[in-house]
Design a protein around this ligand. Structure first.
Ligand SMILES: NC(=O)c1ccc[n+]([C@@H]2O[C@H](COP(=O)([O-])OP(=O)(O)OC[C@H]3O[C@@H](n4cnc5c(N)ncnc54)[C@H](O)[C@@H]3O)[C@@H](O)[C@H]2O)c1
Ligand SMILES: O=C(O)[C@H](O)[C@H](O)COP(=O)(O)O
Length: 375
């Protein structure tokens, strides 16, 4: 069996090595010729999976995308050809939630402010939005959710409209899929008019898809409104973000909000489980053996935790400042955006750290940290 896999997908050898012969490819430049004799195709978000790529791949038995988003996949086309497809819903949700939370802690520190006491609006209350909300609520913040789709589906959480969220929130974090049609389409959800609604000093984070914000409108807006602070992980026109916008963002990264090792491993593992199911095989490998040990796996803590200390603890698993610095150095050079994504193999989730205390009673802060995700 021939398995074609994106070269940036980790743990493919460990999980798929027994199932066939693996060929690694550059996902962004994948051609129809390269996949014409594939039995299995494993992709990430940079590969357009459609008729042009797959019409000649007549042996194809399975397509898997180790991503949450599916906007790069012509799912109707695969269904028509009866080719089983799976993505990996929720695989990197914790990573995105922690990225957003840590970015807010970083902004607070950079601007001499505190995160504690702020009201945060989450737009899109699915896996990543809920993961961000979990961190924020663990830290005691008021969270407003806007998700008209979930609201219509009868989700029992409390929701507000987007206008009401914008009017009340100090911080807005975007977590919607990109959709171009329908009542709740998200393409340019934040256009010039919406951006002009933002309250003074709002922090706006985008870790979902670049085109959820009109990037040109955002440039003009931010040039007038320096009080608004931006954290941007996703960009219109990836892998070539607009240089003016990168310069205007407080934190800028190359679409890696979901790139924890845990999130990547879960993504590949979910494809492995699904392929085994499609092939009628037992999925007898385990996710836990994939992850390398973590250098700060145990942390001893006694004292009451300040916001600055919470940020220091968070930087053990993810130091956003490093990625921001690296990105500004490399995004403008040819292939810099993709190269940084390819080499991004160092980030962990809070769960990689086990908290220890020598005090006889577990400090109250440990309960908050455990709700955040620490062990
Ligand atoms: N930056 C990254 O590395 C990264 C990582 C993972 C996911 N993503 C992106 O984030 C998106 C969201 O991921 P998820 O796991 O939370 O997906 P999800 O499907 O679990 O949740 C998305 C939510 O958005 C809601 N929604 C749809 N249209 C909306 C609208 N107009 N207004 C408000 N809510 C709306 C949906 O009802 C759903 O609940 C993905 O589709 C993907 O594009 C980016
Ligand atoms: O949709 C997703 O899951 C994310 O956008 C994903 O993390 C992007 O990473 P890629 O697949 O491009 O490596």
């Amino acid at each position: 069996m021939k398995i074609i896999a994106d070269e940036n997908m980790p743990y493919v050898d460990a999980l798929f090595g027994d199932l066939g012969e693996i060929e690694y490819v550059n996902g962004r430049n994948l051609t129809a010729e390269q996949v014409c004799d594939a039995d299995v195709l494993l992709v990430r978000s940079v590969t357009k999976v459609n008729a042009a790529l797959l019409d000649n791949a007549q042996k194809l038995k399975f397509v898997g995308s180790a991503t949450i988003g599916t906007d790069h996949v012509a799912v109707d086309y695969l269904a028509e050809r009866k080719i089983p497809f799976t993505n990996a819903p929720g695989c990197n949700a914790t990573a995105v939630g922690e990225y957003a939370f840590i970015a807010m802690l970083e902004l607070a520190q950079r601007f001499g402010d505190t995160l504690q006491g702020k009201v945060v609006g989450i737009v899109g209350a699915g896996n990543t939005g809920s993961a961000a909300a979990k961190c924020l609520e663990a830290y005691g913040l008021k969270v407003l959710l806007c998700d008209p789709v979930k609201e219509e589906q009868g989700d029992s959480r409390e929701f507000v409209s987007l206008d009401s969220l914008i009017a009340q929130a100090d911080i807005i974090s975007l977590h919607v899929p990109i959709t171009k049609v329908g009542e709740h389409k998200t393409w340019y959800l934040f256009d010039e008019a919406r951006l002009n609604q933002l309250r003074p000093n709002t922090w706006l984070l985008n870790c979902c898809r670049g085109e959820v914000i009109d990037n040109r409108a955002l440039i003009s807006f931010k040039q007038q409104r320096d009080d608004v602070k931006l954290v941007l992980d996703v960009w219109e026109g990836e892998p070539n973000p607009m240089a003016e916008l990168v310069a205007l963002a407080e934190f800028a990264t190359p679409h890696i909000a979901g790139y924890s090792l845990e999130g990547k491993a879960r993504g590949t593992f979910m494809l492995y489980q699904k392929l085994c199911e499609v092939l009628g095989l037992e999925a007898n490998k385990s996710l836990t053996i994939l992850l390398p040990p973590f250098q700060f796996s145990q942390v001893y803590r006694q004292d009451e935790l300040s916001e600055g200390q919470l940020l220091s603890l968070s930087r053990l698993v993810y130091d956003l400042r490093d990625d921001d610095r690296k990105f500004r150095d490399c995004f403008a050079t040819a292939a810099g955006f993709d190269q940084m994504r390819k080499n991004h193999t160092y980030r962990r989730e809070y769960s990689a750290i086990t908290l220890k205390s020598e005090a006889p009673v577990i400090p109250l802060d440990h309960l908050m940290l455990r709700t955040l995700g620490f062990n």
